[in-house]
Design a protein around this ligand. Structure first.
Ligand SMILES: [Zn+2]
Length: 370
C-alpha cells in the first residue's frame, strides 16, 4: 500500500468501508465459489446437438457453446509448487491454464496483456470456451491419479509441474481458416517436445479436426507464461510446456466440434497428456532442462542464414560481421536462431563455425498472449 492512502480524506475512507461492507453482504448471498483445489465437479453435460455427429458433415453455424462450469479463483488455497526432483511415489502434477481467463488480473509485470481477451464468436469469449474444455479435461486426468491445477491467465510464480498445458482457441477474419496446432517454447526441452508429440498424436484422431500445418506463430512460441527469464509469473524452467490452439472459433466446421462435442476435445488433450506421463522418466533431469545457448555474433566472414539446417538450403540473409544471433535450437552443426542484421530480423539456421559466442544476455521477441 502506498503512503498516499494514509492521507485519504475521512469521507473517502467511510465510502470505501461502506462499499466493502456491501461487497461482503453480496458475497455472503452468493453461492460459494469453487476453487482450483476443490474436488472435481461433474461438468455440465455438453449441449451436443444430434445433428453434429460426424466430422464429414459441414457443421451448423448455430452450435451452442459448451457450458463453462466452475472457474478457478485466485483467492483459493495457494498452489504449492512441487519440488524438483520429485520424491518416489509423488503423483504427477499437471497445470491446465485457461487461456485469457481473468486476464484483467494479470500482475504488474504483465500489465500490457490485461486487455488481451483472445478470440470470440458471438457472445462466447475464448476464455469461456477454454474453461469449458479445461473443466472437462480435469476429471479425465484426476481419474488416472494426476493432480490437476486449473490456472487462470496469471500463472503462479515459477510454476513447477510435470506438464503445463496452455489452452487456447483461435479466431480469424477468414471463415475458412480452421484446424489445431501446438507449440513449445522457443528454447524447448526434450520433455516439452515429447509432450507436444504425445498430444498431437492423440488430438487429431480424438477430434477429427485437421492440423493447421504451418500455422504455428511467433506468438505461440513466445507465449508469456513460458518466459521464465523475463517474468516471475511464468512456468519454472524445468516444467514441460505446450500451448494448444484447439481450433478456430470463427470456423463453422471447427465450432461443430469445439462447441458441439467438447468432450472429444477434452479427451484428445487428456489422452495426449496421459500418454506423455506414462512414457516419460521423471528422474531424467536432462530431458527437463531447456538448452541454454550463448548469444552469438557473426564471425569476420559473416554468417549465412539458411531456411534449413544444411549447406544447400535456401539463403535467407547474409549477416555481416558482428550481427547478433540468438540461438534457440541446434541440429548437427547448425543453430536455429533469431538473427538481427540492420533492420532485418529473421529466424533461420546458421553454421556454428560462422559464429562467435558472447556472454550477452539472450533477447527474445516480446512475449505475447495469442
Ligand atoms: Zn488465446
Amino acid at each position: 500500500m502506498s503512503k498516499r492512502s494514509n492521507r485519504l480524506p475521512a469521507t473517502l475512507l467511510l465510502l470505501a468501508l461502506a462499499l466493502l461492507l456491501a461487497a461482503c453482504v453480496a458475497a455472503r448471498a452468493a453461492p460459494p465459489a469453487p476453487t482450483p483445489s476443490a474436488p472435481a465437479t461433474t461438468p455440465a453435460a455438453a449441449p451436443t446437438p444430434e445433428s453434429v455427429t460426424t466430422q464429414a458433415q459441414p457443421a451448423p453455424t448455430d452450435v451452442a457453446p459448451p457450458t463453462a462450469g466452475p472457474a478457478p479463483t485466485t483467492s483459493a488455497t495457494p498452489i504449492v509448487a512441487t519440488p524438483t526432483p520429485r520424491p518416489p511415489g509423488t503423483p504427477p502434477r499437471v497445470g491446465l491454464q485457461v487461456g485469457h481467463l481473468r486476464s484483467e488480473e494479470l500482475p504488474e509485470e504483465l500489465a500490457r496483456l490485461r486487455t488481451s481477451t483472445g478470440a470470440r464468436w458471438g457472445n462466447t469469449t475464448e476464455a469461456e470456451l477454454n474453461l469449458a474444455i479445461a473443466n472437462r479435461i480435469k476429471p479425465l486426468l484426476e481419474a488416472q491419479g494426476v493432480v490437476v491445477d486449473l490456472l487462470p491467465a496469471t500463472v503462479p510464480p515459477g510454476y513447477d509441474a510435470d506438464a503445463f498445458i496452455a489452452i487456447h482457441a483461435d479466431g480469424s477474419s477468414n471463415p475458412a481458416a480452421r484446424g489445431w496446432k501446438l507449440a513449445t517454447p522457443w528454447r524447448t526441452s526434450t520433455a516439452s517436445r515429447a509432450l507436444m508429440a504425445a498430444v498431437a498424436a492423440a488430438y487429431g484422431p480424438a477430434t477429427g479436426l485437421p492440423e493447421d500445418r504451418g500455422g504455428v506463430t511467433f506468438n505461440m512460441k513466445g507465449y508469456y507464461a513460458f518466459s521464465y527469464r523475463r517474468y516471475q509469473h511464468a512456468i519454472a524452467r524445468t516444467t514441460p510446456a505446450i500451448i494448444v490452439e484447439m481450433g478456430f472459433m470463427t470456423s463453422a466446421a471447427d465450432r461443430g466440434v469445439l462447441f458441439g462435442q467438447p468432450d472429444r476435445v477434452a479427451r484428445g488433450i487428456a489422452d495426449g497428456v496421459l500418454a506423455y506421463l506414462r512414457q516419460r522418466d521423471p528422474n531424467d533431469g536432462a530431458a527437463l532442462l531447456p538448452p541454454d545457448y550463448p548469444v552469438m555474433r557473426a564471425a569476420a566472414t559473416g554468417a549465412l542464414v539458411r531456411a534449413a539446417p544444411h549447406d544447400d538450403a535456401r539463403i535467407l540473409l547474409h549477416a555481416e560481421e558482428g550481427a547478433r544471433i540468438v540461438p534457440f535450437d541446434k541440429l548437427g552443426e547448425y543453430y536455429q536462431a533469431f538473427v538481427r542484421a540492420g533492420d532485418a530480423r529473421v529466424v533461420g539456421w546458421v553454421r556454428e563455425d560462422e559464429l562467435i559466442a558472447t556472454d550477452e544476455q539472450p533477447v527474445f521477441p516480446t512475449p505475447t498472449n495469442p
